[in-house]
Design a protein around this ligand. Structure first.
Ligand SMILES: Nc1ncnc2c1ncn2[C@@H]1O[C@H](COP(=O)(O)OP(=O)(O)O)[C@@H](O)[C@H]1O
Ligand SMILES: [Mg+2]
Length: 563
């Protein structure tokens, strides 16, 4: 794991401090021996030595433990920081297919929670492994030194404890994995219901949603109980094993006592023996957090390493003229379905307005998405200013397009930040864009003006206001090519007029591809292209197409003829 190996110095401190603090483990029972053997006989040891020795021991151990913890936290947090940063950077430049393959809850879980838990677990258990191995060895060495015959009995219980804990922790690991999945699913249900709050109420779907939630949370409770039972069983069972060993040791020791085992030796033997249990227990469990931590960190690494970034060329000539050539382009989303676009040819001259109409699902959005390479053709080419969009540098290419679509996406930030999105804020330009987008009145009515926070996806604004905000953003970007994908479809007639005016300002002097349901909005387009099932059914001016009496005339009649 390169992310957690970078700070060598802190690893060294952590390892060293851990070894020191664990190697001191047998000192506590070792101190008991002289205390019991000589402390209670007059003139044995002086009184001051007891607190002095104890305090010294605990100071050294405490200091080493503190250093180890801090150094370890430093290693974990540094690794976590760069891991998270890289993950988010990958989210920002990943191929867009990633967002079809994984849902938002799963991705945010991976980036936010899983790595945190995974990294902490991993680093802590690696150091725990070291700590407990050293403590175990030190204690065993001390036991052998005290009395090797009695130590043989200790070796009898060790395999028992190991087996017991292995069995339990395999079970715990399986439960933990199911818990992870169930937790993700539960978070997903909550997120869906937060987003769909109104639909759920309107359709009276509360009960079925509550049912979904209840089923998942019941499953979680069951898993939680299983975990509790399994882990609660470990301690009493190990204690039973320890008690058996203890009785054996005591019997033998009492029987041996004629051979001169002193009270002190006996007491420190028992203490050291009981102190063995904790490290053994942790050591036999250590595989599970290590594998769980590895799994979580691995998922994070996969996101970084196996998600491909979008690829681009190096063509970056500055502001484009806005000439677009779509040459025999076919787009297929799935192999078993007819293509979304089928050998489309379309040319747009700089400054031209081309309208795209056609029934829903005919491929209009797909065609619009070809231009900024949100969708890539399976066959054919898309050229901007005579250069294949695949050869453009991605940022240069995307700076040539402004997009206003039906679903407006706003960030939870100020109006100004949403309009200037990704660009430097220029007050005069902001002012002009707000004016041109018919938003001046709204901004004036807000107490904070342009500094007003818009809230989650700007839900406090009306549909028309949000749409004009999106137009202001497009104006601010001032790109040579404009894509309007049903920008006014969701609006009522009154707010549509305001938006329509704003759009007129926006289209001035730009190559514009306008997708519209309402045919009234496209009558002044230079050319109308009618799509049907991914093919161009007909193309021409509004008047020509009406006269032709084809699909366009039919769609037009549907909207106006009968009214
Ligand atoms: N991401 C996608 N994955 C699979 N199929 C898609 C995807 N996007 C669109 N489609 C399909 O491609 C066809 C054209 O869709 P679209 O371009 O959105 O049409 P329009 O905008 O004209 O309504 C539809 O049949 C749609 O189901
Ligand atoms: Mg569409």
């Amino acid at each position: 794991m390169p992310y957690f190996g970078m700070s060598r110095r802190f690893w060294a401190i952590a390892v060293l401090a851990t070894i020191v603090s664990s190697a001191l483990e047998p000192l506590l029972p070792a101190l008991m021996k002289p205390l019991l053997d000589r402390g209670f006989t007059p003139g044995g040891i002086s009184l001051w030595m007891v607190p002095a020795a104890l305090l010294l021991l605990f100071t050294v151990r405490g200091l080493a433990g503190f250093l180890a913890d801090v150094a370890l936290a430093k290693v974990t947090q540094d690794g976590l920081l760069s891991l998270r940063r890289d993950m988010f950077a990958r989210l920002l430049d990943a191929r867009l297919s990633l967002f079809h393959e994984q849902n938002a809850t799963a991705l945010s879980n991976t980036v936010v929670f899983e790595v945190q838990n995974g990294a902490t677990m991993l680093v802590n258990s690696v150091i725990g492994l070291l700590k407990d191995s050293v403590a175990l060895l030190a204690l065993l060495a001390y036991l052998v030194y005290l009395n090797w015959k009695l130590t043989l009995i200790v070796f009898l219980i060790v395999p028992g404890v190991v087996w017991l804990i292995r069995t339990v922790s395999t079970r715990l690991y399986r439960i933990a994995r199911s818990t992870q999945t169930a937790t993700n699913d539960l978070a997903y249900v909550v997120e869906e219901n937060v987003l769909a709050a109104r639909v759920v109420r309107l359709h009276g779907a509360q009960q079925s949603q509550a049912g979904r939630f209840a089923a998942l949370s019941t499953a979680l409770r069951r898993l939680g109980m299983k975990t509790a039972v399994a882990s609660a069983a470990v301690t009493p069972l190990t204690h039973m094993l320890a008690a058996a060993a203890l009785s054996a040791v005591i019997c033998i020791a009492l029987w041996q006592s004629r051979d001169g085992i002193t009270v002190g030796t006996f007491a420190s033997f028992i203490t050291a023996m009981l102190m063995l249990i904790a490290p053994i227990k942790r050591l036999s469990e250590v595989a599970s957090p290590i594998s769980r931590g590895l799994a979580a960190v691995q998922r994070a690494m996969d996101l970084i390493e196996q998600t491909l970034p979008e690829s681009g060329g190096s063509h970056a000539p500055g502001r484009a003229h806005g000439r677009i050539d779509i040459q025999s382009v076919t787009v297929r989303y799935r192999d078993d379905a007819p293509p979304a676009l089928d050998r489309i040819n379309l040319t747009m001259e700089p400054g031209q307005i081309v309208a795209l109409v056609g029934p829903s699902g005919s491929g209009k959005t797909t065609l619009a998405n070809l231009l900024p390479r949100f969708v890539q053709p399976n066959e054919g080419r898309v050229l901007l200013d005579g250069c294949d969009v695949a050869d453009w540098r991605l940022d240069a290419l995307r700076s040539q397009f402004a997009l206003v679509s039906q679903d407006v996406v706003m960030f939870n930030d100020t109006l100004a930040a949403n309009i200037a999105l990704g660009r430097k804020m220029d007050p005069a330009r902001l002012e002009a864009c707000v004016e041109a987008a018919n938003l001046a009145e709204l901004v004036a009515s807000l107490p904070g003006g342009l500094k007003t926070e818009v809230g989650h996806n700007a839900v406090t604004l009306s549909g028309g206001q949000r749409q004009r905000l999106a137009i202001a953003r497009a104006l601010y970007k001032d790109a040579p090519v404009l894509i309007l994908d049903e920008a006014t479809s969701a609006l009522d007639t009154a707010s549509e007029r305001l938006v329509q005016q704003a759009l007129q300002h926006l289209m001035e002097g730009r190559t514009t591809l306008i997708v519209a349901h309402r045919l009234s909005t496209i009558e002044h387009a230079d050319r109308v292209v009618v799509l049907e099932n991914g093919r161009i059914a007909e193309a021409g001016t509004h008047a020509k197409l009406l006269a032709r009496g084809g699909l366009y005339a039919h769609l037009h009649a549907l909207q106006f003829g009968m009214a």
